[in-house]
Every structure is written in structure tokens, then in C-alpha cells.
Design a protein around this ligand. Structure first.
Ligand SMILES: [Zn+2]
Length: 328
């Protein structure tokens, strides 16, 4: 089929030969191999997570080797902060990085794309009268052209999905191998709801496949890539399959979430710092999507938290979604 097989879904041929073969349901712990929490002392946790023991704030004025500086947490984005002021500096640096990433603000939906109906007509998948009729109905009562073509013009829904894949230059993905329990842990519900992104499966331990129904949200793909440390491949999923998988996902528990609305990005930075100081995570990460900042905390080493890690259960992982009133 036209859009399948562009890339192997097994993860072969991408330099993973050194890794043991893994099933989709098995998740990588990155460089950190799983060990029962009893074996992990605070000492090893820091070394595992950061690889070094200096304060993560380059401007840090204090000497972290001083004996009274015995704290080993919080760890934010692989770095240890020696005190609240240094953690705040690290958080601000991270938020500047998230803001300067221009593509996050690119309104993908405004980028020029060939209208779906025209594209399908040019492929010979629609007759001119079919297209005409669908456009008239859409003008009259609105709605999505693809749905109208299926409902009113006798067009096969598989063709709509192929057309959408072509429109977005993305493969058509199936929901095969979908584990609703694991995929429900991938990202917080507001992130999924706003982006329309549906996590589908992890393949070869390093690729996360995600599906969209009719519109691809590039910024959410990038945000998820940074949060998970996995390569995120996106595609279009047939409407029926998408709806079914999404419903199954929503029936499963997500990571505990707290949502907060704050005045501006400075307030977000201060709040993120306060949360890190309070929760003392062994790992944490911050990404931005649209107007929101998603902070994920790993509270115990056994919950994972290195690069390329998705939670396998909701315990010891915590999500925050902060919305900044102003993004200045
Ligand atoms: Zn410091």
C-alpha cells in the first residue's frame, strides 16, 4: 500500500542491534537498567541520573562539595540543583529553550496544504460531481469534508485516510499492537485532548508511534519527543480505529495530574521550582506545548526517569500542566 512500509516498524536498521530484541510492550530504561529500589541508594541515584555531581546551574556560586550540602535531589533534566536559587535558574534556562523553539508557535493548520477534496480528485479517487456535492453540503451546514464524502457521496473511508496521509505527508498507521493501559500513561489528558495526538505503541524500544485523526499537530510531536526521549513517528489513523483506540485509552488510568493556571512565565518558573523543591524528584523534565508547560516528575528510581523512558505504571510518576496567562 502506498503509505505503508516507508520505515520499518520493528526498529531494525537504526543502530539498535546492540540492544536485546524487545517486544512493543517492553520499555527501555535508557542507560539505566532496572534495579529494585532497595538496591538504589541516594548516592547511586544521582550518579545514575546525572553522571556527574556538580550543581546544574553554571552560575552556581556555592561549593557543592561542602559537607553540609548533602542533598542529592531534586534532579531536573538530568542535573542536580544544589539549592532553590540554582533550581530556579535551571528551570528558567529550560523554559527559554522551550520558548525559543520557533516551531512550537508555528500554526501548523495555517500552513498551505492542498485541500483534501481537490487532492483526492486529482488522484482520481473522487468524481467531479462527488466533490461538487460534498463542497455544497459543507458550505450549507459545515463539517469535515472527509466525513461528508463518506456519509453523503459514497466514498470509501479508507480512501479518506489515504488522502489525509498524502495531505500531511505522513504514513497511514494502524492501531495494531495498541496497549491502552501503557499508552494511557504516555502523556496527560489535556495534552492529548488539545493536540489530538493518540499514542499507539512503542516499537523496537526507541520509537513511539502516535496517530492523528485528521490533522497533525507538529508541536505536540516535538514536545512528546523531548519528554519521552524517544523518536516519535506520527501518522494518520483511520477514524473508526482512532475513535475506538482513544476510547480504550481513556478507560485506563493516567499518571496523576495537577493543572494550574498562572499569570506569566515567571510565575510558572517559580511554581515549577517550588514543586521540584517540595517533591524532590529523582528525575524530572519540562516541555512546552501551545500555551502550556508540562512538568513530569519521577519520584522513585524504580519508576524510571532516564532518557527514553515512559512510565509502565502510574505509581511514583506525577504530571503537572501549568498554563501561563501571558507567554511574553
Ligand atoms: Zn548551585
Amino acid at each position: 500500500m502506498l503509505f505503508l512500509g516507508k520505515r520499518s516498524t520493528t526498529g531494525q536498521g537504526i543502530g539498535l542491534s546492540q540492544l536485546p530484541a524487545m517486544q512493543d510492550s517492553e520499555l527501555s530504561w535508557g542507560e539505566v537498567s532496572y534495579r529494585p529500589s532497595g538496591e538504589v541508594t541516594p548516592e547511586t541515584e544521582v550518579e545514575i541520573t546525572t553522571g556527574r555531581r556538580g550543581c546544574g546551574n553554571p552560575q552556581c556560586a556555592s561549593s557543592w562539595t561542602a559537607p553540609w550540602r548533602s542533598r542529592k535531589r531534586p534532579i531536573f533534566e538530568g542535573q542536580w540543583g544544589c539549592g532553590g536559587r540554582c533550581v530556579l535558574e535551571m528551570v528558567r534556562t529550560s523554559m527559554r529553550r522551550e520558548s525559543s523553539d520557533g516551531i512550537l508557535d508555528a500554526p501548523t493548520q495555517h500552513r498551505h496544504r492542498v485541500p483534501l477534496g481537490l487532492l483526492m480528485h486529482s488522484q482520481g479517487w473522487l468524481t467531479h460531481p462527488q466533490l461538487q456535492k460534498a463542497l455544497e453540503i459543507q458550505k450549507e451546514r459545515g463539517g469535515r469534508i472527509g466525513e461528508i464524502l463518506v456519509a453523503e457521496c459514497g466514498v470509501d473511508s479508507d480512501l479518506i485516510t489515504r488522502g489525509l496521509g498524502m495531505q500531511w505527508s505522513r504514513p497511514v498507521l494502524s492501531a495494531g499492537g495498541f496497549s491502552p493501559r501503557l499508552m494511557a500513561l504516555v502523556a496527560p489528558r489535556p495534552f492529548l485532548a488539545q493536540s489530538g495526538l493518540l499514542p499507539l505503541r512503542v516499537a523496537g524500544s526507541s520509537i513511539l508511534y502516535v496517530g492523528f485523526e485528521d490533522r497533525l499537530d507538529a508541536s505536540s510531536v516535538l514536545a512528546l519527543e523531548r519528554m519521552s526521549g524517544l523518536k516519535v513517528e506520527s501518522g494518520v489513523v483511520k477514524t473508526g480505529e482512532y475513535e475506538e483506540a482513544k476510547a480504550a485509552l481513556l478507560e485506563n488510568a493516567a499518571v496523576d495530574l495537577k493543572e494550574e493556571i498562572l499569570g506569566d512565565v515567571d510565575a510558572v518558573a517559580a511554581r515549577v521550582t517550588a514543586v521540584l523543591e517540595q517533591k524532590q524528584p529523582v528525575a524530572s523534565k519540562l516541555v512546552r506545548f501551545h500555551r502550556h508547560y508540562w512538568l513530569r516528575l519521577w519520584l522513585e528510581a524504580k519508576a524510571g526517569g532516564g532518557q527514553g523512558v515512559l512510565p509502565v505504571h502510574a505509581e511514583d510518576v506525577f504530571d503537572y500542566v501549568f498554563t501561563a496567562g501571558r507567554l511574553a
